[in-house]
Design a protein around this ligand. Structure first.
Ligand code: PLP
Length: 845
């Protein structure tokens, strides 16, 4: 049939169950197992078949079933309880208005628009590939929890990322299922006049139309862009087919759609936004559209740029150089060639904002880097853990020639995860027995979590055991399904029903199979591993899962290697690998394993979040001291792998890290897990479990993360934007013009300095430094001249004072003994700069 349109007919819901529809369209259910249970009960088979999608399950439920439940007092009781909690959640105080944070005098937060290429909200909405997406989804959920004025923007990929299948040799294959949007919890966004909202974006001479869908996440809204509409050509309809599919040409077009289309979608729906948050460089082209809007209002390019960047935050996630997209200028011309004219600027000036020289085929060529553009189109930026912040500052130091890495204006907010999304209902119930009634609203409260100590050993271990059994049942069913599909014998299928034991120490490892995550590190010394796994009194078993990007053959080879080990009789039943890692598999694993393993090649794991989810559920981490775990590990709540250092020889690093892993398992973890006290309990082990719960839940709560973003970035950026935009962009105009002038003058600025340095001095003495500056056309008050003093790890910046005629002086104190080095430099200064080296102009004497 040639389908000319689709329509969803929802069942007529019996009056007592009327609100099942409303709830199905609010992803509040995605972190509320009791809400999910209401739909599961409608039809448990469909519920599984439809990836736990309430809308689709509801659609397929016969009226008779609904009628029956509408007079079932048990069901109605559960329904009422869920609705009562839902209403309380939707109506609770918001940020600064009666919410938890109102009590702390939270200043008013201007509305935030958050842009991300991918979002992981739930397995039934497969528009994410991994951690980046789940992080974005979790960010939205906590923004709703806190009642922030917040709107998210993303893409509705109608074939999602991909569904992963292993063939009988363990090689990853990809399947793409066309989503039926009418069965998803999304609805067409409507304009004020009630029409389906559409925006259009011109790409390479074509007008691409985008339909806008809305997705309700508790109290906030997500706008999803969709090019699969009849007015587009067949090729254009595929622009939003797949996440991270296709070649560079497709990528750039998707970036244009997200950035430009996303801003237009906000405008088409009259959604206010004062602060713009770009989650990763994919969203950077939003800057084009925002500058264009200002230019259309009559601002010049530089003023428009200041106004745009002045209200923008950029979060970078990629310490792997190859992970930062960069495109040839000629390729950019094809897709944004019309933009310089619309922005009243030149191609040179625009591309200079993204310029990153790269060695391509032994030639140094300028490329358009999405990360560089994002850094230049924002006035605040951050990495996603303390170490990643530091790595990022080093990585982008070259944009600030002459600056020390620690001055590079990239801060950090360590990632978190949305506790309730990943917390088993059994743990929710258990925690409720000892925590205050409102604990789910104060997840970041460290003191509160101390009460977890009150949970008795027996209860804690019984809950863990029950969840481990559930996880093992899930694993077995998945393996059997996979074996049947690949034509395995009946005996093999039956054997898969027996893998793993709920009494054995169980370690989980699941993530994207990027090679730096070293999924096969565990197998470096197979003989040693064989002994650990097969100890008859103290067995250890492993569950693996993860997707490799479709183009990543080395990643796929890792999957195959693990698959082969899992089929080796020596490891059979003790090492398994599951297909199709998604949020559903993730939840089962983080809730059911005893320990979470992560062994990336430091320092390439920007943060990592799966280990947080495991510890929310009482599974301690056993991980490399990289990303979040470097901050989270406190000596009592899990175990480190390797040392806090980097290696130049990767082989050596792998040897050292795997050696450390085996040794800690053999000498520390296995004995602790299998130890029993007089009560038959394992109090020592359970103390580690408690410490994991108590320390990781608050510190790595997404709620803590979002509060950090509000306090460190959203609020200061809001203040700054207000200042810059006041009086018809007076400050933006002044700043933009001034920067142009300073850049011209800078090549003529000269600085010479002398220091009166005796060979040795006593601690507490001062030394005098003086400088002579030829400031070209730059005023004295527009220049910062400073002495820079380095002593060990410390750097001290001492402002030098002018005595006229370009002469500057400072006395600098040498407080401690040791070797000092002294330098003098000048930078342009304006009180309106976001940081001292914003212009990237530094002149050293
Ligand atoms: C949490 C999560 C991730 C990210 O985990 P990392 O520790 O960052 O690798 C990836 N995929 C899914 C499905 C997740 O739930």
């Amino acid at each position: 049939m040639n389908v000319i349109g689709k329509v969803t007919v929802l069942p007529r819901l019996p009056a007592p169950l009327r609100r099942l529809e409303e709830l199905a369209y609010n992803l509040y259910w995605s972190w509320t197992p009791k809400a999910q249970a209401l739909y599961q009960e409608l039809d448990p088979v469909n519920w599984e078949r439809f990836q736990h999608n309430p809308v689709q399950t509801l659609l397929e439920t016969p009226a008779a079933r609904l009628e029956a439940l509408s007079s079932d007092p048990d069901y109605l009781g559960r329904y009422s309880e869920v609705m009562e909690h839902f209403d309380a959640y939707m109506n609770k105080g918001s940020w600064g208005k009666g919410g938890v944070w109102a009590a702390k005098n939270a200043p008013t937060l201007p509305p935030v628009a958050y842009f991300s290429m991918e979002y992981g909200f739930h397995e039934s909405l497969p528009i994410y590939s991994g951690g980046l997406g789940v992080l974005a989804g979790d960010h939205c959920k906590s923004a709703s929890d806190l009642g922030l004025p917040f709107t998210a923007v993303g893409m509705l990929f109608h074939q999602g990322y991909f569904r992963q299948l292993f063939n009988k040799d363990g090689w990853q294959e990809e399947a793409y299922d066309e989503l039926n949007l009418t069965t998803l919890p999304v609805r067409p966004a409507l304009t004020k006049s009630g029409e389906k909202a559409r925006v259009s974006v011109r790409i390479a001479g074509r007008d691409v139309a985008l339909q806008i869908w809305t997705l309700q996440i508790g109290r906030i809204q997500v706008l999803l862009l969709d090019a699969n509409v009849p007015e587009n050509s067949e090729d254009d309809r595929k622009l939003t087919a797949r996440l991270y599919g296709g070649n560079q040409d497709l990528r750039i077009q998707q970036y244009v759609l997200l950035g430009v289309g996303g801003i237009r979608a906000l405008r088409a729906l009259d959604i206010p936004a004062s602060i713009y948050h770009m989650n990763e460089g994919h969203a950077a082209l939003m800057g084009l559209e925002r500058v264009r809007e200002y230019v259309a209002q009559g601002l010049d390019f530089r003023t428009a740029l200041e106004a745009t960047a002045g209200s923008t935050l950029f979060t970078t996630h990629t310490p792997v150089a190859a992970g930062n997209d960069a495109f040839a200028y000629e390729m950019m011309d094809r897709y944004i060639g019309e933009w310089p004219a619309q922005l009243a600027t030149s191609r040179d000036e625009l591309y200079a904002l993204a310029e990153h020289f790269q060695n391509w085929d032994n030639h140094l060529v300028p490329t358009f880097s999405m990360t560089v553009f994002a850094l230049r189109m924002s006035r605040m930026a951050n990495g996603v853990s303390e170490l990643h912040g530091e790595v990022s500052r080093g990585m982008w130091n070259f944009l600030y020639e002459g600056a020390d890495p620690e001055e590079v204006p990239i801060g950090h907010v360590t990632n978190g995860a949305h506790n309730l999304t990943f917390l088993a209902q059994q743990f929710r119930d258990l925690y409720s027995t000892v925590l205050p009634a409102d604990w789910t609203g104060r997840l970041e409260d460290k003191q509160m979590w101390e009460d977890i100590h009150k949970i008795p050993d027996a209860q804690l271990s019984a809950t863990q055991h029950e969840l481990k059994e559930e996880m093992i049942a899930f694993v077995r069913a998945r393996l059997q399904e996979q074996l049947r599909r690949t034509g395995a014998s009946a005996a093999e299928v039956a054997a898969a029903g027996e893998v793993l034991s709920a009494d054995a120490l169980t370690i989980g490892f699941a993530r994207r199979f990027a090679t730096y995550k070293r999924a096969t590190l565990l197998f470096r010394d197979r003989e040693r591993l064989r002994k650990i796994v097969n100890d008859p009194a103290r067995p250890v078993q492993f569950v693996f899962a993860g997707k490799a990007h479709p183009a990543d053959n080395p990643g796929k080879a890792f999957i195959q290697e693990i698959y082969k080990v899992s089929r080796d009789p020596e490891f059979a039943d003790k090492i398994v690998i599951l297909e199709n890692y998604d949020m559903n598999v993730a939840r089962h694993l983080v809730q059911g394993v005893d320990i979470w393993l992560n062994n990336p090649r430091r320092p390439l794991e920007a943060s990592g979040t799966s280990g947080m989810k495991a510890s929310f559920n009482g599974a301690p981490n056993f991980s490399i001291l990289d990303g979040w775990w470097r901050e989270g590990y406190d000596g009592t709540n899990g175990w480190p792998i390797g040392e806090e250092r980097e290696y130049t020889d990767l082989n050596l690093q792998d040897d050292a890290d795997s050696f450390s892993m085996y040794t800690t398992l053999e000498d520390t973890i296995v004995p602790l897990y299998y130890g029993k006290d007089a009560q038959g309990q394992n109090h020592g082990w359970l103390q580690t479990v408690r410490r994991a719960i108590i320390t990781v839940n608050p510190e790595f709560a997404m709620q803590r993360q979002v509060i950090d973003y509000v306090q460190k970035f959203y609020l200061p950026l809001g203040e700054r934007a207000e200042k810059i935009d006041a009086n018809h962009f007076e400050k933006a105009r002044a700043l933009g013009g001034w920067k142009g002038w300073v850049r011209q003058q800078w090549q003529h600025v000269q600085i010479h300095a002398t220091a009166e340095l005796p060979a040795t001095v006593q601690p507490g003495e001062q030394v005098k430094v003086s400088a002579q500056v030829i400031p070209a056309g730059i005023q004295e008050n527009e220049l910062r001249v400073e002495a820079v003093l380095k002593h060990g790890e410390q750097t001290l910046h001492v402002p030098m004072t002018s005595s006229g005629g370009g002469h500057y002086e400072a006395s600098i104190p040498l407080t401690d003994s040791g070797l000092y080095s002294v330098g003098v430099r000048a930078t342009p200064y304006s009180p309106d700069l976001s940081n001292p080296i914003e212009l990237g102009l530094i002149k050293w004497a």
